[in-house]
Design a protein around this ligand. Structure first.
Ligand SMILES: Cc1ncc(COP(=O)(O)O)c(C=O)c1O
Length: 394
């Protein structure tokens, strides 16, 4: 019973694809919870030390528990190789910093996860690297921002928190023509709903803390790309120390095994909630790529096979109404993170008030009464009933 990576179905590949890497007789592969590995001789140890991304040398360099989840994620995204990291930010930092040097230029979207924006806006300039932020919905803005020293285009689609899309084929076509690498944060979509490497993107990163883990109980990140890119990111990761704990790698592997069924249900629940909110008189705007009212719905249909469990919406009445509404909700928990079994809600204007001034928030479209919702796996009837009663209080 060998393992076979060529099964058609994603769920089959997730469950059986990396089973060949379980080097034990246990049905559920154990955790290699160890700092160091022992070689047969000092000479053999030196040889392992000199190799790239060894899985049995020292856990900061690699670990068999990492190797299993890395191979599974590379397979899911359709990349040659993957590297797991201690958080999504670790993955973003390695994907960006392993490619740029002083004097280089980056083009990035302005609607972006706040941590990625902080890296590009507040930190990389210290090393002499400039970033131009553009409207992701306008491909021509990417083109206009490119300079002779542009090395990287950094993308996120759908974006956090406004669920805007980037035309991935159009942007990667113009990047490839100029030999510029493209990196995308695919956290909101997951490989179940969107496979960017097939659309020409060079590098996919995830906060695996979110849908890939799926249970709000681990912190992890992953970079998926060509073997040579992963090797460069790995070399930097060893020095930056962005290592994932073997226990969290094991939990991540456990989470990924149900990714397909979870994401399908997240998609269904989010669509039901989005449709309900869209017709509610107290809701002024719903941002969900699955709705026909989303300005980029046709693009979503072209580049996504499902529309995610994430949405954002704005209610009438400003910050005060927003606070009243959220205090009445019973099912959604008010906290950060997303992509797990429980429904989570946050008000970005309140949560990121230290990152963006009111003017910057207005300019990017983050209103005072905008909510970001990570629709969980509860029964959709209960979710809708809860939103209905909370909106009555507004
Ligand atoms: C879209 C997106 N990317 C990256 C991150 C960062 O991930 P982590 O918290 O695992 O570092 C987050 C975290 O919320 C996110 O929402």
């Amino acid at each position: 019973m060998g393992h076979d990576d060529n099964w058609e179905g994603l769920q089959t590949r997730v469950i059986h694809g990396a089973s060949g890497l379980n080097k034990t007789h246990a049905l559920s592969a154990p955790i290699w919870q160890t700092t160091s590995f022992v070689a047969d001789s000092p000479e053999a140890y030196a040889e392992i030390a000199a190799s790239s991304h060894p899985s049995e040398f020292y856990t900061r360099y690699g670990n068999p528990t990492h190797e299993r989840v890395e191979q599974t994620l590379a397979m899911l995204e359709g990349g040659e190789a993957a590297l797991v990291t201690g958080s999504g930010m670790g993955a973003i930092t390695l994907a960006v910093m392993s490619q740029i040097k002083s004097g280089d230029h980056v083009v990035a979207q302005s609607d972006l996860y706040a941590g990625a924006r902080a890296l590009l806006r507040d930190f990389v300039p210290r090393w002499g690297i400039e970033t131009t932020f553009v409207d992701q919905t306008k491909t021509e803005e990417f083109e206009a921002a490119i300079r002779p020293n542009t090395r990287l285009i950094y993308l996120e689609s759908p974006s956090n928190p406004l669920l805007r899309l980037t035309g991935l084929k159009a942007v990667t076509t113009l990047a490839k023509a100029r030999n510029i690498k493209t990196v995308i944060d695919n956290t909101f979509a997951t490989p179940v709903n969107q496979r960017p490497l097939q659309l020409g993107v060079d590098v996919v990163i995830h906060s695996a803390t979110k849908y890939l883990g799926g249970h709000h109980d681990l912190t992890a990140g992953v970079v998926v790309s060509s073997a040579s890119f992963i090797n460069q990111a790995w070399s930097l990761g060893v020095v930056f120390g962005s290592v994932l704990s073997p226990f969290d790698a094991w939990l991540l592997m456990r989470g990924i095994r149900t990714l397909g069924v979870r994401v399908e249900r997240h998609n269904q629940n989010a669509m039901a909630v989005a449709q309900f909110l869209e017709t509610h008189p107290k809701v002024s705007r719903v941002n969900y790529p699955g709705l026909e009212s989303h300005p980029q719905h046709q693009l979503a249909r072209q580049q996504m096979s499902g529309f995610t469990g994430m949405l954002s919406f704005e209610i009438d009445g400003g910050a005060e109404a927003a606070e009243r509404f959220v205090s009445r909700l019973k099912l959604p928990t008010y906290t950060g993170s997303l992509g797990g079994v429980e429904t989570l809600i946050v008000r970005p204007a309140a949560m990121w008030s230290h990152q963006l001034t009111p003017e910057q928030r207005r300019a990017t479209g983050i209103g005072e009464a905008l909510f970001r919702l990570s629709v969980g796996l509860e029964d959709e009837r209960d979710l809708i009933k809860d939103f209905e009663q909370a909106l009555e209080a507004v």
